[in-house]
Design a protein around this ligand. Structure first.
Ligand SMILES: [Zn+2]
Length: 192
């Protein structure tokens, strides 16, 4: 009698344990997949104190918009640095298009254009997107094209999709760590 009871208990335990093990394995796989997909890019705002709030707001917009890359402010060891100053050629992003480089925010442009849009747009270059000045205000990479009244600082669906695709393999994507290119915001309307 006691033996039968033990056996029943063992079967009950096995049945109870089965879904638990399966559930744990699924959760672990999902966690591992997520960890592999998200790449963190550390950035520093210490060289652009005037625009720190705008830079962080722009980064937050990106973080809400994409799943494969996450921007985190971190003063030491940052691969992306924001700086500010005066340059007659305007703001620029100098980067490898994959999280490493420098974003320069020009005072004159910042007086005229929405600062969060400028920061988010330049960050878009560092994440791998090119300029598209002829696009509408809803497009972040249209930059100064739609004029100073455009304050949209969020990427549209196509831009989100493009960045997720570019970061699908984290830092391993072709081009990471390659030569840096400087992209100036020299659209005529920007300097009028
Ligand atoms: Zn640009």
């Amino acid at each position: 009698m006691s033996r039968k009871f033990l056996l029943s208990g063992a079967i009950a335990l096995a049945v109870a344990a089965a879904p638990l093990v399966a559930g744990t394995a699924t959760a672990a796989t999902a966690a591992a997949g997520q960890a592999a997909a998200v790449t963190t890019v550390y950035y520093s705002t210490s060289g652009a104190p005037t625009f720190r709030a705008a830079i962080n707001a722009g980064a937050a917009n990106w973080n809400r918009s994409v799943t494969n890359v996450n921007l985190v402010e971190h003063s030491s060891g940052a691969s992306l640095r924001y700086v500010e100053g005066n340059d007659p050629r305007g703001s620029y992003a100098q980067s490898d298009g994959h999280g490493t480089g420098t974003v320069f925010i020009d005072y004159a442009q910042a007086e005229k254009y929405d600062n969060t849009r400028i920061a988010a747009h330049e960050t878009g270059h560092v994440l791998g997107l090119p300029d598209h000045y002829s696009g509408p205000c809803s497009e972040l990479m249209s930059g100064g094209g739609p004029g100073p009244s455009c304050t949209n600082a969020n990427p549209n669906a196509q831009e989100r999709s493009r960045v997720n695709s570019l970061w699908a393999n984290g830092f391993r994507t072709l081009g990471a760590g390659g030569p840096q290119q400087r992209i100036y915001e020299t659209l005529p309307v920007l300097t009028h």
